[in-house]
Design a protein around this ligand. Structure first.
Ligand code: ATP
Length: 464
């Protein structure tokens, strides 16, 4: 994958994702459910491969980072301490005619006024007031809006609340996974041998009541985050932050994303406790947008949780006896956004002998199916049995797929579209001399390989 992003339209990606079983709109048979998506049979494989790559890179590859899987529900005080109950909101205005509620920055964007995602709510409100005469309701076209109001993004639930008054005493579905890490800081110190600096990594679902969800799986109301919180001595915060930024940037290159399609965005409007904040952005067809945020958060998180829980969340350095509240630097990315970036990055249209082929040039490590196995003809038991035997052997090592539908050319095209790096075909010649053809997705070249050498052949291909 060394091409530049070629401005592939979103519709092509949405269509491929649906047609080939990567992403389905949720609850489609009931008319759908806005901004929620399901990952289909190939989507779940790709998403799992993204997560596995992340976990290998962040946890298994590092002695100083360990994993965690905290729950989605937490004591509601967590969200008071974190500031989310008070301040986790987006500005929203209501159309006075049709009563649609719309995010103010989205309305501004529609008239070409860039309300930068990192602007404060006050700044966005100011822009809203200045442009109010020009803003049009996207549903009914009317130009009459209420004042802008803050809309809290936390999703409420009635879990464990038997008083029935759950509007008054809500619990929340977590709005970010990292709070589960902060509140387990003490447990991790007490139960492991970790010494500062160390990190805790977690992959899991998060929920936000996004007002205007747009751009397919880029912004959804239920999504998955891959987060790593790194606890450091305050004096080392900025040094470690710089290292983490570089490490995380290299992760996207490691996934096969061309660096021309990646960009740093430095935040100008920092929240009061933050020292520095950068995003890694990807060149989506709708512009460079955030894939991951990297933040130097100071001692805010542990100080807040210490205050609200009345527990000591300090660290005693066993070598120097220095006692302090660790500072935190974080890397917070999204599975869905990485998945979408990879689809754009890998999507390729090529002309082959006058025909067009669509191929997903995913790195083999990420491809949903690594090897597809075909008998040349489905009605010849000898071919089918041999192909099944090869499939049964390889499936214990790689994610494989058996396919005997339609002609072989069509089967290749289908595998190209889902990004399968290798296709094995069992033909008559192979039955005679115990060989198969192996076709390479990118070069489309076929080579003949002895059946009893297939394992070694693929070991070299995938590990080489
Ligand atoms: P944005 O500004 O795009 O709303 P954010 O700055 O609020 O994102 P963070 O709170 O830093 O995002 O979350 C970390 C990561 O989680 C993001 O970089 C993104 O990959 C992912 N993420 C956040 N919100 C969503 C969402 N609604 N849908 C999909 N992924 C999301």
């Amino acid at each position: 994958m060394s091409k530049e992003n070629k401005n592939i339209e979103m519709d092509k990606i949405i269509s491929l994702a649906k047609r080939r079983g990567f992403v389905f709109p949720s609850s489609e048979i009931y008319g759908g459910f806005s901004a929620i998506y399901d990952y289909g049979p190939y989507g779940v494989e790709l998403a799992n491969n993204v997560k596995e790559s992340w976990w290998k890179y962040m946890v298994r590859n590092r002695e100083d980072i360990i994993g965690l899987d905290s729950s989605i529900f937490m004591n509601p005080k967590v969200w008071e301490a974190s500031g989310h109950v008070q301040g986790f909101s987006d500005p929203l205005a209501e159309c006075k005619k049709c009563h649609s509620r719309i995010r103010v920055d989205a309305l501004l964007e529609d008239i070409g006024v860039q309300a930068d995602e990192k602007m404060s709510e006050d700044e966005i409100n100011k822009l809203f007031k200045e442009n109010k005469d020009k803003l049009k309701c996207p549903k009914c076209g009317q130009k009459d809006f209420t004042e802008s109001k803050s809309f809290n993004l936390l999703v409420k639930s009635n879990l464990g609340n038997f008083t029935g008054d759950w509007e008054q005493e809500p619990v929340y579905l977590r709005g970010e996974t990292c709070q589960g890490i902060y509140i387990n800081f003490k447990n991790i110190l007490d139960s492991t041998r970790m010494k500062i600096p160390f990190g805790v990594a977690q992959i899991g679902k998060a929920f936000r009541n996004e007002i205007t969800a747009r751009q397919f799986i880029f912004r959804t109301r239920e999504f998955e985050q891959m987060e790593m919180q790194y606890f450091v001595n305050p004096k080392d915060e900025m040094k470690e932050y710089k290292k983490l930024r570089e490490y995380r940037w290299n992760f996207y290159l490691h996934l096969g994303i061309n660096k021309k399609n990646l960009k740093w965005h430095q935040h100008e409007n920092l929240v009061f406790y933050a020292k520095e904040a950068y995003d890694i952005e990807y060149n989506f067809p709708f512009g460079f947008k955030e894939l991951e945020g990297l933040h130097a958060r100071g001692d805010y998180d542990l100080t807040q949780h210490a205050k609200y829980s009345k527990q000591k969340l300090e660290y005693l350095d066993p070598y120097t006896n220095e006692k302090y509240i660790p500072h935190i630097i974080e890397a917070s990315g999204g599975v869905g956004r990485t998945f979408l970036a990879l689809l754009f990055e890998a999507y390729t249209e090529e002309k082959v002998d006058g025909d067009e082929r669509i191929v997903l040039k995913l790195k083999p490590e990420l491809a949903p199916i690594k090897i597809a196995v075909f008998p040349l003809l489905k009605n010849k038991p000898d071919l089918v049995n041999k192909a099944k035997e090869i499939f049964d052997n390889l499936k214990t090592k790689y994610m494989c797929e058996f396919d005997d539908n339609g002609n072989v050319g069509k089967r290749y095209r289908r595998q190209d579209e889902i990004g399968t790096p290798y296709c094995i075909t069992v033909d008559f010649e192979g039955l005679d001399n115990q060989t198969v053809t192996v076709r390479d997705r990118d070069t489309m070249k076929q080579e003949r390989v002895k059946i009893d050498e297939l394992e070694e052949y693929f070991r070299n291909k995938f590990n080489g």
